[in-house]
Design a protein around this ligand. Sequence first.
Ligand SMILES: Nc1ncnc2c1ncn2[C@@H]1O[C@H](COP(=O)(O)OP(=O)(O)OP(=O)(O)O)[C@@H](O)[C@H]1O
Length: 524
Amino acid sequence: MTGAASGAWEAGDPPLVSLRQISKSFGANRVLYDVDFELFPGEVHALLGENGAGKSTLMKILMGIHRADAGEVVLQGEPIGGHSVSDHLSRGIAMIFQELSLIPNGTVAENVFLGHEPQVARLWVDQRAMRRETERLIASLGFELSADAEIRSLAFAQRQMVEILKALSRGARVLIMDEPTSSLTMREETALFELIAGLKRRGIGIIYISHRMAEIFAIADRLSIIKDGRMIGPLKPGDTSVEKIASMMSKASSAATLPASPVTPAVRPTSAGPVLEVRSLATRGKLRDVSLVVAPGEVVGIAGLVGSGRSTLLKALFGLLPDCRGEIRLDGRVIAPGRTHAALEAGMALVPEDRRLEGLVVKHSLADNIALPSLDRLRLGRLLPMVPAARQDRLFERFRQALNIVATGPSQHAQLLSGGNQQKIVFGKWLARAPRLLLLDEPTSGVDVNAKAEMRALIRSTAATGVGVVLVSSEFDELVTTADRILILVGGSIVATAPDQADEPTLRAFLQTEVTAAKTRVPA
Ligand SMILES: Nc1ncnc2c1ncn2[C@@H]1O[C@H](COP(=O)(O)OP(=O)(O)OP(=O)(O)O)[C@@H](O)[C@H]1O
């Protein structure tokens, strides 16, 4: 599907939204410089830029969360004055967040109309009208969804649909989507693109933020790039290429070199054998009889659909699941399952998928965050347990350069960093510990295209020092370019190894075949 071909947007239509000459600073940090941006009815306009370039800030101004220092937001020819989220929402501007904000034990209809329920004589909620309206909306978009279904029973993609219904029920004309495919299976991704085509036909304009180039070329009518707070574009996807966009986004492209001495190696290999040996690992319902071996210097990729048990496997290895059974050996030494402290001590490190919940102490400084797992090695000495701030700052500086982290300095609070830069901090803090085994769960999710390449090179160069790596990723290009071997996980079991040297389409097709085969297999 090409964006322009499937869209309702025609050049010459008046714009739905115009952002004119927008400027914004946070304290002394100037983030946006005189930015112009337009969105037309029925258009998918992709917004790109390196992590920390200012995309979310611009969108928050459009949504009324932040007020611009200068410039104006114009909706269908009318400038929007104040900055109030409810005002902008009532004018039809809505954002579909990555972390969805639904009430799990409410129904679809209750969530869709949350906060603007139809009422009977302003006394009570008109349940029937709410259901009827929800069903009408569902039917008009051709969703497969019941108005009565409870949110907690729905898959992520269906929850995303509810978020979209919620926005449309409030009369949204502008939808902002931030990395909407990151938690979707392949089939759900196709369904989302079809849904977007339907929204376009209704004249809804979509601002699509993503670091995944393939999907931008699949669905965007136009794209604009923010570089260091300044706007480049708009461009037509047909007039450019992934390489050109990557070089337009990048400042001076920084060399992906790991700081040569990551603190000091924590645990030296005790044998020349495998780094990791796992036998018959199982957790109730989620992992079944998983066995795998990782050699020193090897990157083992795990491919699977959403819900196949990929994150569970990493958590089980790292001792985060108490009800886990089986045998785990690191450098030949047995690590009891369900013991995080033992896993950490033995030299494992886990970069979790959910950086905000599991990866960062958001109210602490970047230097604190990056140093946290390495404090024992940053201390002055055994008898002098204090950690000099300068050591933490130096550690932060090394990773800031290697990963091109956009931050005001080591003392900046982690919560003020852009999403992609937060991910780089989580990645850096575990790399700094110099682990023996690095467990990576979607390590480059939300990270810009240049930084993705840098992080992948870093994973390779870390492995080259003898570290074992288990890499879970839903980005097939990441697996085929970074992993030495790719295991296929279906329904909590490793069912196959992908063919050597498989390219992206081969891996995609191989996984699909294994998923289909697993459905027909009789359970043992
Ligand atoms: N509330 C805030 N206070 C201070 N600084 C902020 C705040 N919000 C964002 N920033 C800073 O503004 C800059 C732009 O951040 P923004 O989140 O807009 O980037 P982004 O392009 O969306 O990045 P990403 O791709 O990583 O999501 C960053 O340097 C960030 O640290």
